[in-house]
Design a protein around this ligand. Structure first.
Ligand SMILES: [Zn+2]
Length: 332
């Protein structure tokens, strides 16, 4: 289709070829109906069943430019998906960033002041530091603190294969397997720059039953990323028991390829102001030989540490301290 971009107001306009080479196929939903929320927090909708059950939270827009999650939550809310048991919360997370969308810089609306998915530890949240993202995180914290299950929906700048980021705890891998799709499960420790929501507090505690998954639904602007996000939500809600399997099967049918697990062993963090990949990797490439140079960081060679090394989520827009790529291997 022709290159267009989505706006937070929900209209489509031509996109400058300078802004991105990837056509924007999805339309950002109008979140005005959720602005007041229904439980005292703006852009947070919560529904409680009469029957007891878990507190399940679906989170979208941790990054303001990753709109597939907002499309999925809007879809569920418009289809009046409510829990058969327990409580179901829908969170539109970084709405201020989402509303800052600029067609000249479509990736700039990722955040206002700082990456919101690097602030999730108690010391940072309890501290005195201020940012737009920290204010919102502190407002939403009670929702996440009381969640038994969390699904955090994201998308990627490059890479068309959806991924489940399950962290290092077995309980998350088990839940990812109950979803059955996406087909690639990634086990990783997160980022040097700060902890993600999926690794926050009890979610990363093997002794707690509270479980979180992050799903990278596909490329930011591709229609398929919204479809994956919607399917992931239905399967997640079914896996957590708040909707019944037939309701999920109706919306997320079909058989899926067997899931494979990648264990991430290394995260390459940018150390200089001049980091470049040798070739433009898209992710999930398997580099057969150990010692293969994949990037240069301020003149230093970045090489693969072992044979059959898998590149996970290489990031083309890099600055010092950010994760450039994760390195891992498939496990049985
Ligand atoms: Zn993201």
């Amino acid at each position: 289709m022709r290159g267009v971009h989505a706006t937070a107001a929900g209209t489509l306009r031509p996109l400058s070829a300078m802004a991105t080479r990837i056509p924007i196929e999805i339309e950002a939903p109008d979140l005005a109906p959720y602005a007041a929320g229904n439980a005292g927090i703006p852009y947070m909708m919560s529904f409680c069943a009469a029957a007891p059950g878990p507190h399940v939270v679906l989170n979208a827009l941790m990054h303001g430019n990753e709109i597939c999650g907002a499309i999925a939550l809007d879809h569920l809310l418009q289809h009046k998906v409510v829990p058969a048991r327990g409580t179901l919360a829908f969170v539109f997370c970084n709405v201020d960033a989402y509303r800052s969308f600029d067609p000249a810089a479509p990736n700039a609306s990722r955040y206002i002041d700082e990456d919101m998915n690097r602030v999730w530890d108690r010391a940072t949240l309890d501290g005195k530091r201020y940012s737009s993202e920290l204010m919102r995180a502190r407002t939403l914290r009670p929702v996440f603190d009381t969640a038994d299950y969390l699904l955090d929906l994201h998308s990627m700048q490059f890479g068309d294969t959806p991924l489940i980021l399950a962290g290092m705890v077995e309980k998350s891998v088990a839940l990812a397997r109950r979803l059955g799709t996406p087909s690639v499960i990634v086990r990783d420790r997160g980022h040097v720059a700060g902890p993600r929501l999926r690794d926050y507090a009890a979610f990363a505690d093997a002794a707690s039953p509270k479980t979180a998954l992050l799903v990278e639904c596909g490329q930011h602007w591709e229609k398929s990323s919204a479809e994956v996000a919607i399917m992931a939500c239905y399967r997640f809600l079914s896996a957590c028991g708040v909707i019944d399997p037939p309701q999920a099967a109706e919306r997320a049918p079909g058989r899926h390829p067997p899931q494979r697990v990648i264990e991430v062993t290394d995260a390459v963090t940018v150390a200089s102001d001049d980091f470049r990949f040798i070739v433009p990797y898209r992710g999930l490439e398997v580099i057969s030989k150990a010692g293969t140079e994949i990037a240069r960081d301020g003149g230093r060679a970045v090489v693969t540490p072992y044979d059959n090394c898998v590149l996970v989520m290489p990031s083309p827009q890099l600055s010092r301290g950010q994760t450039a790529v994760r390195l891992g291997h498939y496990v049985p």
